[in-house]
Design a binder for this molecule. Sequence first.
Ligand SMILES: NC(=O)c1ccc[n+]([C@@H]2O[C@H](COP(=O)([O-])OP(=O)(O)OC[C@H]3O[C@@H](n4cnc5c(N)ncnc54)[C@H](O)[C@@H]3O)[C@@H](O)[C@H]2O)c1
Ligand SMILES: O=C[C@H](O)CS(=O)(=O)O
Length: 483
Amino acid sequence: MQTHQLYINGEYVNASSDEYIEIENPATEETISRTVKATKEDVNKAVAAASAAQKGWELTPNIERGKIVRALGDKIEENKDRFIDLLQEEQGKDYGLASGEVDLAIDYFRYMSEWARRIEGEILPSDRQNENIFIYKKPIGVVGGIVPWNFPVFILARKVATALVTGCTIVLKPSQQTPNTAVEFTKLIDEMDEVPKGVYNLITGTGSEIGNALASHEDVDMITMTGSVPAGTKVMEAAAQNITKVNLELGGKAPAIVTANADIDTAVKHITTSRLANNGQACTNAERVYVHESIAEEFTNRLQEAFEQTTMGDPRASKNADVGPLVSKDRLDEVHAMVESAKKDGAKVIAGGEPGDQKKGYFYKPTVISNARHDMEIMQEEIFGPVIPIDTFQTLDEAIEKGNDTVFGLSSSVYSEDMNEIMRVVNELRFGETYVNRENFEAVQGYHAGFRKSGLGGADGKHGVEDFLATHVVYMQYNNEKN
Ligand SMILES: NC(=O)c1ccc[n+]([C@@H]2O[C@H](COP(=O)([O-])OP(=O)(O)OC[C@H]3O[C@@H](n4cnc5c(N)ncnc54)[C@H](O)[C@@H]3O)[C@@H](O)[C@H]2O)c1
Ligand SMILES: O=C[C@H](O)CS(=O)(=O)O
C-alpha cells in the first residue's frame, strides 16, 4: 500500500512521528493508502522553508512566476486521467464532476497565470511639494493553505495558483480524508526544476493538530482555509494569537426561492442537479427550497420524480452513476440523523430517507422532504448530503426574510420569469452570490466569498488576487533644485 511522505524545502521527508492515517475509498470501504501524520515540529520545518524562500520568490519577475503557474496547469492536464481516478477513489465523486473539477483546476492555474502582469500599484499626488506617493502591491508572504475533502483538487488550485502568482510561498495542508490528489500534485511540482526549494511545501495530518499549528505559527502571514464554520472559528482563534490575516471560505445553507412566476421545469432541473452534485456535498449547493404556495404541489411532485429517477452507485465502477457515496461513515450517520430529526419535527419524507441498498460504502438515497418549516434544524443547519427540504411562502417579503434568516451567507438562488421579482430578491438577499434561474458553480473571474459566518475575504478574480497582497505606501521626496 502506498504511504505518503511530507514535502519540505524541495525534498520528500519523513515526518517526525511514525503515526499514519488510513485513507479509505468511501464507495468500497477499502483502505487505499496511508498518509503520515505530521507533527508541530514538521509544521515548523515547513514554515521555516517557506520563510527562507519568500524573499527570492517575491523578487522573481512576475512573468517568470506566471510561466510556472501556467506550466502547472499544463502538467495537471497531461495527467488528467490519473487525477480523475484518484479523486473518484478518495472522495467518491461521479465521473462527470470529477472530470469537471480537474478541468477547473487546470483552468484555474491558467487563469491565475494571466495575473502575473496585471498586479499593479498606483502613483498619487502628494499634499507636499516635490513628493509623490507610491502604492505598491506586495505579496502578503508565507501562506498556510488548508483544504477540505469535498473539492480537494480545485481548492488546492485556488490556494496554490493564487499564492504562487502573487509571489507568496505556501505550506499546504490537504484534508486528512483526501490527501492523495495533493500528493500527486506535489510530484508535478517536484519534477519542475523551475520551482525554487521551499516555495511549495506539503504537510499532511489532522486539522486539530497541524492545521492548528499552521494557523497559530508566528511566521505565517496569511492562513487561507476552506472548510466548516466550527473549524474556521478555531483557525481564526489560532491566527488571532499573532494577528495573522485569515481568509476563510466556510459552510453554506443556500436558499432557492421559487416564485409563482417561475418556470417549474427550469427550477426542478437546476435544483436537482445542484442538490445532488458531489453527492450533496458542496457549500454552494441548493440546501433549502422556499416555493410559492400556489405552485408548491406541482413543484414538489416534479422534484420528487426527478430525485427518484437518479441512479446511485460506485462512481468508479460506472460512469453513469449520478450519485455516489458520502465521504465517510460519520457523514452518512449525520445526514440520516438530520432526516430523522426532520421527521420527528413533523416534516414528510417523500423520496429516499434512508441509506442506499449497496452492500458496501456510505450511500444515502436522494431524499426529498416536504412540509418542512423554516425553524426546523433541517432548514437551518448545513445538511451536506443529497437531501432537499421544502417550505412554502405566501409573499415575496416572506421568502426573502426566510432566505436571509440564517447564520450562513454563501450562495442563494431565485427562480422567476418576472424581472421585478428577480430584482427585488437580488437587491434584498444578503449573500456572497446569487444565481438567477440556475444554481452553482461559480466562475473563476468572479469572487467567491460569504456573508455572515460563511467566511472572511474570498477567492477568484481580481478581488481574490488582492486578498493575497499587502499594500505598501512609499512617500517619495525628490529635490527639485539639484537639476
Ligand atoms: N465556502 C467554500 O468555498 C467551501 C468550499 C468547500 C467546502 N466548504 C465547507 O467545508 C465543509 C466540508 O469540508 P470538511 O469537512 O473538510 O471541513 P472541515 O472544517 O472539517 O475541514 C476542512 C480543513 O480544515 C482542517 N481543520 C479542521 N479543524 C481544524 C483546526 N482546528 N485548525 C486548523 N485546521 C483545521 C481539516 O483538517 C481540513 O483540512 C463544509 O462545511 C463546506 O460547506 C466551503
Ligand atoms: O463546497 C463548496 C463549493 O460549492 C465548491 S467550490 O466553491 O466550487 O469549491
